[in-house]
Design a protein around this ligand. Structure first.
Ligand SMILES: Cc1cc2nc3c(=O)[nH]c(=O)nc-3n(C[C@H](O)[C@H](O)[C@H](O)COP(=O)(O)O)c2cc1C
Length: 199
């Protein structure tokens, strides 16, 4: 919470810098995490693409097919679309497989900024509201945004480690993109995220 300079000091703990040995790998990734918006046209190798999608929202344990990102009430309502130059795919996490949903290059449709369409892959996080039980619309919107944001941070950390650039994007023309992806009424675009080798 922001401190109020007029408020009396109730006590403070001066923390040591983030350098705790057991957590060093993740601290290094967090130190490297940043948004970038300049991408080369180099495609991602299949191994990098697989690791990217697994990091985003893959299955990381046998117990109930748990995922790399938490989700509210374990709804797992976020569908990850991978928009590549060769086509648009939906990530099937349990099968760790990309299913083609659209042919053609839709990358530039996933955003409204100049660099969009340059990155090798644009991830689109789509909330399937039909998976969100008895939540009302406000709750669905809130939890879908939170759940997509956690996935986005997984992608940031993967990219920081893999030498890839990335930026998560809220600026998306959802009215244009939703029909292009063939989305149903209960499927809502939450965020997009560009990923690619830096220029
Ligand atoms: C929910 C959300 C939406 C964002 N939308 C956009 C966007 O549409 N376009 C963009 O270039 N950056 C977008 N960003 C990235 C922020 O601009 C960026 O995280 C911020 O400037 C801090 O920079 P950093 O990520 O390098 O620390 C978004 C970030 C978040 C968390």
């Amino acid at each position: 919470m922001a401190s109020d300079s007029n408020a009396p000091e109730l006590g403070a703990i001066a923390l040591p810098p983030p350098d705790w040995e057991p957590a060093r790998p993740v601290l290094k990734l967090l130190a490297a995490r940043h948004s970038s918006r300049e991408f080369s046209s180099r495609p991602l190798e299949p191994a990098a693409l697989g690791s990217l999608l697994w990091s985003a929202f893959g299955v990381n344990r046998a117990k109930r097919d748990g995922r790399t990102a938490p989700s509210a009430r374990d709804w797992r309502e976020i569908e990850v679309f991978a928009v590549l130059s060769a086509g648009t795919y939906r990530y099937d996490a349990p099968a760790h497989t990309l299913h083609l949903v659209r042919t053609g290059d839709l990358r530039s449709l996933t955003g409204q900024q100049d660099f969009v369409g340059m990155a090798a892959v644009d991830l689109v996080y789509v909330a399937d509201f039909s998976k969100m039980g008895d939540a009302n619309d406000e709750q669905r919107t809130f939890f879908a945004a939170a759940d997509a944001a956690v996935i986005a941070q997984n992608v940031y950390l993967f990219c920081a480690c893999a030498g890839l650039g990335t930026v998560v994007r809220g600026l998306v023309d959802r009215r244009r993109l939703a029909p292009a992806l063939g989305l149903a009424r209960h499927e809502r675009i939450v965020l997009a995220q560009s990923v690619g080798y830096p220029r």
